[in-house]
Design a binder for this molecule. Structure first.
Ligand SMILES: *[C@@H]1O[C@H](CO)[C@@H](O)[C@H](O)[C@H]1NC(C)=O
Ligand SMILES: *[C@@H]1O[C@H](CO)[C@@H](O)[C@H](O)[C@H]1NC(C)=O
Ligand SMILES: *[C@@H]1O[C@H](CO)[C@@H](O)[C@H](O)[C@H]1NC(C)=O
Ligand SMILES: *[C@@H]1O[C@H](CO)[C@@H](O)[C@H](O)[C@H]1NC(C)=O
Ligand SMILES: *[C@@H]1O[C@H](CO)[C@@H](O)[C@H](O)[C@H]1NC(C)=O
Ligand SMILES: *[C@@H]1O[C@H](CO)[C@@H](O)[C@H](O)[C@H]1NC(C)=O
Ligand SMILES: *[C@@H]1O[C@H](CO)[C@@H](O)[C@H](O)[C@H]1NC(C)=O
Length: 814
């Protein structure tokens, strides 16, 4: 069966005549203007014809052989049409003679200089990680696919325009067996797929650059069973054409037709003056009460102690330190690489989220249990003794119009428990934004994220939730203990803001079916309130299997009911109240009118999923100016195409990212959601962050059936440390650099990313260079950097490294 292989790219050679050199397995020469390189990648290698390289490979693989081979491969890798055919890899590892190595050595040397002459502004560099041995326990190895381990060990691709640390790294790679591009076939094949782009680029004319791809077969017979997925390591590089990079220029003079959260929100904090940055990078470990679980804006005890009231959960709201921390959050003892989705939905490493309180409280509810080294999530959440899936299907049976994954695509789950609801809805093609306050049940959001389920720490307190109005198809709440009917229904009115006209509120709680006095009281209060809100009770039933009552309400499609109310209570909102203004905006006890104009967002239900994803929202008209300066529809389309191209040509294969490991993704500065849309076929989710000073495109993202949140990256994000596998930052750091403290953002990135997690940065070249320096000082692996003209691309991987020195954050001590 398919076995893994490693690829590597070298750009050192100026012309294809060098193909015969030692190390080349697949050599793709792209003569493109923009020096863009692309290669197709293969992940399937079926016939191991190799005999030579086995020595090294064996040692590498030995460990892995022990583990069970049952990991199911991610289909996307198996079926990857870009895979090299088996014969393309035949040449692998049949070369290893010293002479050859030498040749390689020489030629690379040569190339370096030539390339320099040709194009100074260009550099492609990929560094390889040298750790071959990881200190992972056997247990872990068994449990998880060996993918990343192997990646770290063998994959190395390095291309070098500058000649930096070239020689050193090379050695180890050569040792592991490289092959010549012996057959023309190979070359041809690998050229096939990118041919289209090649031509494009050729026309543009310019610098020649070659991509050399090396493949190493690392598996021996015993590990053959392992799926190709585990070893997928495309390291091919592909870069967007210059034209595409340009597309990223946002019009500087105007924000198009979109306002920004900063402009809309009434109480946005003042922009901080850039703090003087110290240029040498020394790192310390944060000493805080929260320890490894530190969330700067939620663990600011100094601020919390000074609150005048906590009646409205003010102590769970954001209170960011005046200066964001620049120390690194420690790792929990015994931290292991998280279990992969979908296994992670059922169990996670106890060492990664060592909280037992929740287990004690909820153990009897079949919510979460400790079993050996794992925490397991047997059924679902509080309400789902017999499984969240049954519950989900029961809801759809109650009301077929809900149509999970078709009509209903984006769901808000309030008070999410351990987010099993969202975890199982994912299977139905539904994206669920789960939220819960920090510590309410000790780290439930952390459990959710560790399980690979989207969640944020947030509370319904005194401020609006950081989402635009009319965003969610469904809002769900299962025994979420939110006092909906209190204070004139202020909190329910916030849900009303977030819910689409025609959207459903699914509420399951004891008052729905129990006859205790307290329950009846609540039910009556809710009935009155929902009637005032013109929400229609569509269904009320009891799921006897799970022993839970469910009520489903619908928000009106029109304003008719509002107009017919005998009392204007709760009142309709002022005309001036923007329903999308949500960043640091206090809750308002009012209802926005339902949009009724044909071109108003919210007046029509979006297309069914998944047509919804690519469909231009009907309310984007050509009279509006988009973020990139063209008409909004043109912009939208161009953005989609751009990211589709970048993702398929570069990110999926060119970064050495093994996507089957990637589950929790964040686009730190999303525009139209094109990046997330381009990843839709993978089993992952993308949190689209629309920064508060950017054009407010978040409604568009929701309209497409994706989700996201407003945020200001001068502050920390409401998530636990180590909760994301991949971050994507498109021209974010340069903006932050002008506004506040870029180093603090790097620290935040370090906090959010899991060890071995990666960040892809696109930005101005000087920013890229600076980031590279900073990341290196944090002992991250720089997997790839690339720059052309003034624009650059960087992919870096976080490691387990932590500093020795400690910095105590007084405000974060309880
Ligand atoms: C590939 O792995 C197979 C599996 O053993 C091995 O037989 C073969 O020699 C390897 N090929 C290469 C290139 O290693
Ligand atoms: C590499 O280039 C350097 C400088 O060009 C040269 O001195 C050196 O001999 C070359 N080495 C090899 C291996 O070519
Ligand atoms: C591998 O482990 C050995 C023994 O621990 C260690 O000396 C060596 O540095 C490790 N190699 C790597 C790459 O870690
Ligand atoms: C080539 O290999 C020789 C021998 O290893 C090494 O000394 C030299 O630095 C290498 N040159 C390059 C360019 O790697
Ligand atoms: C993009 O920005 C670059 C640099 O600012 C500028 O030279 C270029 O003209 C811009 N491209 C477009 C399309 O605006
Ligand atoms: C962390 O801070 C506390 C309180 O100041 C202090 O007692 C403790 O020693 C510090 N821990 C470390 C490791 O410095
Ligand atoms: C555009 O954005 C800038 C920066 O946020 C803001 O100051 C300005 O008011 C916005 N312009 C418009 C027209 O919204």
């Amino acid at each position: 069966m398919a076995t893994g292989r490693y690829t590597r790219i070298d750009t050192k050679r100026p012309s294809s005549s060098y193909c015969s050199t030692v190390t080349v397995v697949v050599f793709v020469a792209l003569c493109l203007v923009g020096v863009w390189m692309m290669t197709s990648s293969g992940s399937d290698i079926s016939t191991p014809n190799i005999d030579v390289p086995q020595e090294k490979q064996k040692t590498e693989v030995k460990q892995d052989v022990v583990k069970d081979n049952n990991e199911s491969p991610a289909p996307q890798f198996e079926d990857n049409p870009g895979d090299l055919p088996e014969d393309a890899t035949k040449g692998d590892s049949n070369v290893k003679s010293p002479a050859e190595e030498k040749g390689n050595n020489e030629s690379s040397n040569e190339t370096q200089s030539e390339e320099k002459q040709e194009e100074q502004s260009k550099e492609v560099e990929e560094s390889k990680s040298d750790e071959t041995n990881k200190s992972e326990s056997n247990e872990e190895v068994k449990e998880e696919s060996s993918e990343s381990k192997k990646e770290d060990g063998t994959e190395g691709s390095k291309t070098d325009g500058d000649g930096n640390d070239f020689g050193e790294k090379k050695e180890s790679e050569e040792g592991s067996g490289e092959s010549k591009p012996e057959s023309d076939e190979n070359e041809k094949k690998s050229e096939e797929s990118p041919s289209e782009t090649q031509e494009e680029k050729k026309e543009e004319g310019g610098i020649e650059e070659k991509v050399e791809q090396k493949q190493e077969n690392e598996s021996d017979d015993s590990s053959k069973k392992e799926d190709g997925e585990a070893k997928e390591q495309g390291s091919q590089e592909v870069f967007p054409s210059a034209a595409q990079l340009e597309l990223l220029n946002e019009s500087a003079t105007q924000n198009g037709s979109f306002s920004t959260q900063a402009a809309e929100s009434k109480s946005v904090k003042e922009v901080k003056t850039p703090s003087s940055q110290q240029e040498e990078f020394t790192w310390k470990l944060c000493n805080t009460t929260a320890g490894p679980d530190y969330i700067p804006c939620l663990d600011n005890w100094d601020a919390i102690h000074h609150l005048r009231s906590t009646k409205h959960y003010e102590h769970r709201e954001r209170h960011c330190p005046t200066e964001p921390p620049t120390c690194l959050v420690p790792l929990p003892e015994g931290y292991k690489r998280p279990i992969e989705w979908p296994k992670s939905r059922e169990k996670v490493w106890y060492a990664n989220v060592p909280h037992t309180k929740l287990v004690k409280i909820k153990g009897h509810q079949n919510w979460v249990k400790v079993s050996g080294e794992y925490l397991t999530f047997p059924g679902g959440g509080t309400q789902f003794k017999h499984g969240a899936l049954h519950y989900i299907e029961f809801i759809e049976q109650m009301l077929p119009d809900i149509a999970w994954g078709k009509r209903s695509r984006v769901v808000l789950d309030v008070g999410c428990g351990v987010a099993s609801f969202g975890g199982f809805l994912f299977e139905k093609d539904v994206l669920t934004m789960s939220l819960a306050p920090k510590d309410e049940h000790e780290a439930q959001v952390q459990f959710a994220l560790e399980r690979g389920i989207p969640a944020i720490s947030a509370v319904m307190g005194t401020l609006r939730l950081p989402f635009p109005g009319i965003a969610f198809d469904i809002v769900h709440c299962a025994r979420c203990r939110v006092p909906w009917h209190a204070e004139g229904g202020k909190l329910l009115l916030e849900l009303n803001r977030l819910l689409r006209p025609g959207g459903y509120f699914v509420w399951s709680a004891t008052p729905i079916y129990q006859k205790l006095e307290a329950d009846v009281e609540i039910w009556n209060a809710m009935s009155k309130l929902t009637e005032q809100l013109c929400w229609k009770l569509i269904k009320k039933e009891k799921d006897t299997v799970n022993g839970v009552g469910i009520a489903i309400y619908q928000k009106p499609f029109s304003n008719e009911c509002y107009e017919q109310r005998s009392q204007n209570e709760p009142p309709l909102c002022e005309q001036s109240d923007d329903r999308n203004a949500a960043w640091n905006v206090p809750l308002q006890s009012c209802m926005h009118k339902v949009p009724e104009g044909e071109t108003e967002r919210g007046s029509q239900w979006p297309e069914q999923w998944s047509a919804r994803l690519q469909k231009l929202p009907y309310w984007l008209t050509s009279s509006q100016v988009g973020v990139y300066g063209k008409s909004a529809p043109e912009d939208f389309t161009a953005d989609s195409e751009h990211w589709k191209h970048v993702v398929s040509k570069s990110y999926l294969n060119g970064m050495g990212i093994s996507w089957s490991n990637v589950r929790n993704v964040m686009d730190m500065r999303a525009v139209y959601g094109g990046f997330a849309a381009a990843l839709r076929d993978l089993k992952l989710w993308v949190m689209n962050v629309v920064t508060v000073d950017s054009p407010d495109t978040l409604p568009i993202i929701y309209e497409r059936g994706l989700f996201g949140i407003y945020h200001d990256w001068c502050e920390s994000f409401n998530t636990y440390p180590r909760s994301y596998d991949l971050l994507h930052a498109d021209h974010l750091f340069s903006k932050i650099n002008k506004k506040c403290n870029m180093r603090a953002l790097v620290v935040e990135v370090d906090r959010i990313l899991r060890p071995e997690g990666k960040i892809i940065v696109r930005d101005h070249v000087e920013i890229i260079n600076e980031l590279e320096t900073i990341f290196r000082s944090m002992h991250w692996e720089i997997r790839m950097t690339y720059s052309k003209d003034k624009e650059g691309l960087l992919c870096a991987q976080k490691t387990n490294w932590r500093p020795e020195e400690v910095e105590t954050l007084k405000y974060a001590l309880m």
